[in-house]
Design a protein around this ligand. Structure first.
Ligand code: R5P
Length: 267
């Protein structure tokens, strides 16, 4: 692996503990103004210092993140669909030249294994890896799950392994039962998405289970920015990923930050 590739990967997965906290705010690329992300800058700014990296589209990067920020950027480069149409019909939406101009640390693309446009998305992944290899930019494959697919280890293990075989450098997937099996059969680092908003305790349990069973970290969005205390949640998730605290301890961090917010609001 060339120096640039290794250096960029080390910006995302911290070499000190081989762990990663990625803040996902790319949802608008097919969902439009997602709840909690209506004004991306307002959402992102208070959270940025607690994330190791941020995953977003180039539109939100340009408009809502200070270019003087040194936060590593994982740029979503696949899309072209909306929730109103077949979601798997994605293509690559950003050129490698723009990724270089934007100084990204990794490029993220969704693969839709088992969906209508499975082949197209897998070929896009392979092409993106070729481009990334030329310039030392890693590729994060996102295992998107179609409506009719089960989020079980058989399916997610298949999708993650295919992503790795096609050359992805990191894969993002969902936590599932028997997650260790997925980790064992996937030769690249795995991070987990948070998924739909759940009660805070459940989201913290998910993060804890994932890292305990072999994920290098999380790429979490809605369970952070849709929480009643987004700062509390990201601090709590960070303490699980990097400080190995228990769910109970992490929950106290969230509750305490929530209390601070309530006191501030009360004046
Ligand atoms: C899907 O829209 C994106 O790839 C998200 O970045 C991903 O699903 C992680 O966000 P969340 O934790 O909200 O699922």
């Amino acid at each position: 692996m060339n120096w640039g590739m290794q250096n960029r990967l080390a910006r995302i997965i911290k070499p000190e503990d081989n762990r990663a906290v990625m803040l996902a705010v790319d949802h608008g690329y097919f969902l439009g103004p997602t709840s909690g992300l209506e004004q991306p800058r307002k959402t992102i700014e208070p959270l940025l210092s607690y994330a190791d990296s941020i995953m977003l589209t180039r539109g939100v990067l340009r408009t809502s993140v200070d270019p003087k920020s040194d936060k590593p950027v994982v740029l979503r480069v696949s899309g072209g669909t909306s929730i109103l149409k077949e979601l798997s019909n994605e293509d690559i939406t950003v050129s490698i030249e723009d990724c270089i101009r934007l100084n990204v640390s990794a490029m993220a693309l969704s693969i839709f294994v088992g969906s209508e446009f499975e082949k197209e998305t897998l070929v896009s992944l392979a092409k993106l890896v070729d481009e990334g290899e030329k310039y030392g930019i890693p590729v994060l494959a996102v295992t998107a799950v179609g409506k009719d697919m089960a989020r079980d280890v058989r399916y997610l293990g298949l999708a993650c392994r295919i992503a790795a075989e096609l050359g992805a450098h990191i894969v993002k997937t969902y936590y599932c039962d028997d997650f260790e099996q997925l980790i064992e059969s996937c030769p690249i680092p795995v991070i987990i998405a948070g998924g739909k908003k759940t009660p805070e305790m459940e989201a913290l349990e998910l993060a804890h289970n994932a890292v305990t069973h072999g994920a290098v970290g999380v790429d979490m969005g809605r369970n952070i920015f849709q929480s009643d205390s987004p700062v509390g949640m990201i601090k709590a998730v960070r303490s699980i990923v990097h400080e190995h605290v228990s769910v109970k301890e992490a929950c106290k961090i969230y509750e305490s930050e929530k209390g601070v917010k309530a006191r501030r609001a009360a004046g």
